[in-house]
Design a protein. Sequence first.
Length: 262
Amino acid sequence: MSGIIGIVLAFVAIGVGMVLKGASLTALINPAAYLIIFGGTAATIFIAFPMSELRKFPILLKIAFLEPKLPAKMDQIASLVQCAEVAKREGLLALEEIANNTTDPFFKKGLELIIDGNDIDFVEEVLFDEVEAIDKRHKTGALIFTQAGTYAPTLGVLGAVVGLVASLGNLNDVEKLGHSISAAFIATLLGIFTGYVLWHPLANKLKRISKREQEVKLLVIEGLLAIYRGISPSALEKKLTVHVAPKERSNSNKKNGDKGNE
């Protein structure tokens, strides 16, 4: 949602800024400039990345704009503490019921590795390899937007050069000359705008979402390994809550307190 708000604000800021500077908004109606910037950016991305990665572009846009809801750290901690209580009371094999009921594939995979009796070093290696693989995929997705943000401003300069070349043919007509020069710089404006207001920020958004997701997964790994080692539920809670901001801890405690009073 913040991405949509940001883009709307960017368009408003540019539009109002142009009006305040005395420029007409009709100058933005320039099909050639849009073709050079958006068509050119698309072309460079197709050249730079294989189709197997570009097929994910619509999904990446959806993620960047809609910001998928990630599990809260305190919710994951509560689930891990519950697992620790079950493991201490009934043994590790009793975690199978929790594994079958969880909707988090990563959490479920970690529990299944523990239930199967795998060596703790093997469990740790598999889970960290999973996080590393996720990180690589996410970096590739963000790189598509980063590269688009790098190419777009340069294509804006190319569009300006094309427009200025066209304007040289209208030196005898002042009105056409002015229109051609204005159109030339619209391409530059679009290139800089899409590069630094659209593509680079979207790349940053994807990186931030990826980082938050990985933080939650690393928290799960730490909790599962501690459970496997036989840590007590209370000690596990103290160990994991250090990764949570004090305000989030306070809000979670308030919610739990309200539920307890119902």
